[in-house]
Design a protein around this ligand. Structure first.
Ligand code: C2E
Ligand code: CA
Ligand code: CA
Length: 388
């Protein structure tokens, strides 16, 4: 509301929220605004059940919008509840109610959560995971696996770098389990730099061995929050003495959600430096087409959700054909993700999809395995015509 309508309206909304809380709260209770958009109610001689009932009453009470001038503001409270028998400290109680509040927000807002020992244990696990990830970065426990994107002839042209955590305690951990923690803790920025640097080195090594392969690196939406993403990636390219044409960047739609001038400039600069940009998970976002119009993408990756239904689902067939036609008209490269069988592959080739990726061709593998397992053909230098 601050951003959309102005701080003045935001301030007046806070006053109104306070006013409404005062009307809804029982007597006696201590009501406070504890910062930002957080309010706290302290109830004495009340048990968890009563507090739960009050929370329901509050959520109902906030259903009617709050009117400010010509605006109707809808407020959806998230409520955390913790209680004390008077033995613990005040700061402990505050910590507990905070955890309950975050759990309510995580659960999708407009709801109530009680503090519990499980919540506290989960927070502790999370803290330890974050610490372990800091160590992983320092001690280089991360590794990259590479998954091929092949052309219509089945030859690999691009290898997508996919991050794994080789944890001494947990084994090889997939990114879905730790990237959200890296993002929440801000560690993702340093991790992306590490991934990009490794990708530069691997790309150069493959080139020196005579392979014609580019490496695609995934960017997190959080990477765009730093002041100078483009400058930092371009510095790494220079330090590693790697031509930009050996790399490309995959950007998910959620990175562009807050698309502003800054994101636009970052992408324009990276592209101008010679890094191809691909829109990842195409079709799953809110405004896929807007992004293609607004940003300088070179290609799209059709999300595997659409590929999964090929060739039997009429819907998937229509959508994928439509996407391919549109991309051809716009001059965009297309990669189909998640190709798992020959029927899907045949459909995509028949419809002129230029690039395919999925378990049907190769799983993500360590660089060495890509060569040993035959994903990357051996000694290609000998296969290439000498005039290159
Ligand atoms: P993504 O970029 O969409 O990557 C593709 C994911 O789909 C990979 O999972 C890959 O193993 C999986 N996949 C590939 N082919 C198939 C298939 O035929 N069938 C099925 N069912 N799955 C397939 P992975 O490696 O677990 O990565 C998951 C996500 O984690 C990635 O999704 C990406 O968003 C993120 N990620 C991975 N590495 C990085 C990284 O270095 N940086 C950032 N920011 N994100 C990364
Ligand atoms: Ca990707
Ligand atoms: Ca994807």
């Amino acid at each position: 509301i601050n951003d959309a309508l102005s701080h003045e309206i935001g301030d007046r909304l806070l006053v109104q929220v306070g006013e409404r809380l005062r009307q809804l709260a029982p007597e006696p209770a201590l009501l406070a605004r504890t910062g930002g958009d957080e309010f706290m109610l302290l109830l004495e001689h009340s048990d968890a059940q009563q507090a739960g009932q009050l929370a329901e009453h509050l959520i109902e009470g906030f259903q009617p919008p709050i009117r400010i001038n010509q605006y109707e503001c809808f407020v959806s409270p998230s409520i955390g509840i913790a209680s004390s028998d008077g033995r613990g400290s005040a700061s402990e109680l505050l910590k507990q109610v905070d955890l309950a509040l975050y759990a309510a927000k995580d659960a999708g807002r407009n709801c109530t959560r009680f503090f519990s020992q499980e919540l506290s244990a989960a927070a502790e696990r999370r803290r330890q995971l974050e610490q372990a990830l800091r160590r992983a970065l320092d001690e280089e426990q991360f590794v990259l696996h590479y998954q091929a994107q092949v052309n219509a002839a089945g030859e690999p042209e691009v290898m997508e770098a996919l991050l794994r955590w080789n944890s001494p305690e947990r084994g090889l951990v997939p990114p879905g389990e730790f990237i959200p923690v890296l993002e929440d803790s801000g560690l993702i920025i340093e991790t992306t730099r590490w991934v990009f640097r490794q990708a530069c080195r691997q790309a150069r090594q493959w080139r020196e061995q005579g392979h014609r392969l580019r490496i695609a690196v995934n960017l997190s939406p959080l990477d765009f929050r730093q002041a100078d993403l483009a400058g930092s990636l371009l510095a790494i390219l220079a330090e590693e003495d790697t031509p930009a044409e050996l790399l490309e960047l995959e950007i998910t739609e959620s990175a562009l959600l807050e698309a502003d001038e800054h994101v636009q400039q970052t992408l324009t600069r990276l592209k101008a430096a010679g890094l191809p940009l691909l829109l990842d998970d195409f079709g799953t976002g809110y405004a896929s087409l807007t992004y293609l119009q607004r940003f300088p993408f070179d290609g799209i990756k059709i999300d595997r959700e659409f590929v999964a239904g090929l060739p039997d689902s009429e819907h998937s067939v229509a959508l994928v054909r439509g996407i391919l036609t549109m991309a051809a008209h716009l001059g965009l490269h297309v990669v189909a993700e998640g190709v798992e069988n020959e029927r899907q592959a045949a459909f995509l080739r028949l419809n002129n999809c230029p690039s395919l990726q999925g378990y049907h061709y190769a799983r993500p593998l360590a660089a060495r395995e890509c060569l040993l397992g035959g994903v990357i053909p051996p000694t290609p230098a000998l296969l290439l015509p000498l005039d290159g």
